[in-house]
Design a protein around this ligand. Structure first.
Ligand code: TRP
Length: 448
């Protein structure tokens, strides 16, 4: 491609599906399921919806506005608008935080996606009945690293293909397939005897579990993580847009689709687990529901379980892949803009370094847990806080910039939320999660 001409999406649908692909991932099925189980079923879901509306949507629109308005990768995009507003050039450091978060998240995300890849194959062959023991054996070590490498190679391959012929093409195929799988499995789960107990568990609000500060913090963090916010992924995708998109409307579409898949994931996971009386395997650990209880349910289902289990883990894998692509694209676009590298070099170098960094998570689930906590509790929430302050208080005329596609949305309310509500919630989350994150880091060093 000629220097200076930036890649673009081919169609609006292509952009929307790619952004939904970024949002829909392990967070919707793995994280959503265990947080909902822990946080009181529907009570948690309601909290999560509330935080999506008050915090998630405003930050999503902020990212899309900065990305499209600058047509640049995160570091340059922030520098551009900081300069235009006469603000400090140091704002571009926020972009550096974004790119670092992409590095860190993809490194362990690829390891979990590697487990998922392995489980798709094992589901087809039939899981061994001792699913807890099996997970303990495969979660860490050389095979875990091997599956991570395979997953990362596919991710790198797609990003190498470029914005429209790599990322967009894959998203246009993958997202409809994922929706169909998730709906199909949810409908199938409804036909199982005993699934009713799963719906009761999921859709009843157990308020006594939800009304606590840690659950509030989890719900806010999940609203953020699930929409891929706080590290410039949505910003980067929006930088490949033309001027004629209605960003407020598209933000709402993306958030609705993302929530829809999470909600459907609950309609798959809980009935499947409860129909086989496996609720005791769900709690206690972050991997219990997906990697221990569900495989057990698939074993109990016999031949049908092989097919359903395979399709379930394929759906999860597809979600993980389209999210991983967007994580890598943040780093790649930053290297292309900042270092002037061609896409191929950027994708290979960044992708390989991230794959290597994943070795830590692949050899120790404790390291993986700490990377997850640091990335989410510190980088994403801190990144989102910086971004909301930047757009709310520093940037010139964000409303005009967001409106450029002809939108009539309630953009005064948007700025109000970005100035006050979003920073208040995110500071609260940071304040409450820093001590536990710090403790988990220290525990890791004490153990090693
Ligand atoms: N949203 C993704 C999910 O639900 C995970 C994620 C968090 C992410 N932050 C991201 C993906 C940034 C891409 C970019 O699984």
């Amino acid at each position: 491609m000629a220097a200076g001409s930036r890649e673009q999406w081919n169609s609006k649908a292509g952009f929307i599906l790619a952004a939904v692909g970024s949002a829909v991932g392990l967070g919707n099925m793995w994280r959503f399921s265990y947080l909902t189980a822990e946080g009181g079923g529907a009570a948690f879901v309601v909290l999560y919806i509330a935080f999506t509306l008050v915090v998630g949507l405003p930050v999503l629109l902020a990212e899309l506005t900065i990305g499209r308005g600058s047509g640049k990768s995160p570091i340059q995009a922030l520098a551009h608008f900081a300069h235009a507003a006469g603000g400090s050039p140091a704002w571009k450091l926020l972009g550096v935080v974004f790119v670092s978060a992409g590095f860190l998240i993809l490194a362990y995300y690829g390891v979990i996606a590697g487990w998922t890849l392995r489980y798709a194959g094992e589901a087809l062959m039939g899981f061994a009945p001792d699913t807890a023991g099996h997970f303990g054996e495969i979660a860490a070590g050389a095979p875990a690293f091997g599956f991570h490498v395979v997953f990362m190679a596919v991710t790198i391959g797609i990003v190498l293909g470029g914005v429209s012929s790599g990322i967009e093409r894959v998203s246009m195929l993958a997202m409809p397939a994922l929706f169909a799988l998730v709906i199909g499995i949810a409908v199938y789960a409804a036909t199982l005897d005993g699934s009713g107990a799963g719906y009761t568990y999921y859709l009843n609000a157990r308020l006594e579990n939800a009304l606590s500060i840690p659950i509030f913090v989890d719900a806010a963090g999940q609203a953020f993580f699930s929409l891929s916010l706080g590290m410039g992924a949505m910003l980067t995708y929006a930088s490949y847009l033309g001027r004629d998109n209605d960003l407020p409307v598209e933000s709402a579409i993306i958030a609705t689709a993302d929530f829809g898949v999470a909600f459907l994931a609950g309609l798959m996971v809980f009935p499947l687990i409860f129909a086989f009386g496996l609720q005791s395997d769900v709690g206690g650990s972050t991997v219990g529901a997906l990697f221990v209880a569900l495989p057990k349910a698939f074993v109990s289902m016999g031949a049908a379980g092989r097919i359903v289990g395979f399709l379930f883990f394929v759906a999860l894998l597809v979600g993980a892949l389209t999210s991983a692509i967007s994580l890598l694209e943040v780093v790649v676009s930053a290297a292309m803009d900042g270092l002037g590298w061609p896409r191929a070099r950027a994708a290979m170098v960044a992708g390989s370094l991230i794959t290597l960094l994943g070795a830590g998570a692949a050899w120790s689930t404790d390291v993986l847990g700490v990377m997850d906590a640091v990335a989410n509790n510190l980088f994403l929430v801190g990144g989102g806080l910086g971004l909301s302050i930047f757009v709310g208080w520093v940037m010139d005329d964000p409303v005009g910039e967001a409106r450029a596609g002809g939108s009539q949305g309630a953009l005064r309310l948007w700025i109000g939320l970005l100035r006050y509500a979003v920073p208040a919630v995110l500071v609260f989350v940071l304040w409450n999660s820093i001590p536990s994150t710090w403790k988990s880091i220290m525990a890791l060093f004490a153990a090693s």
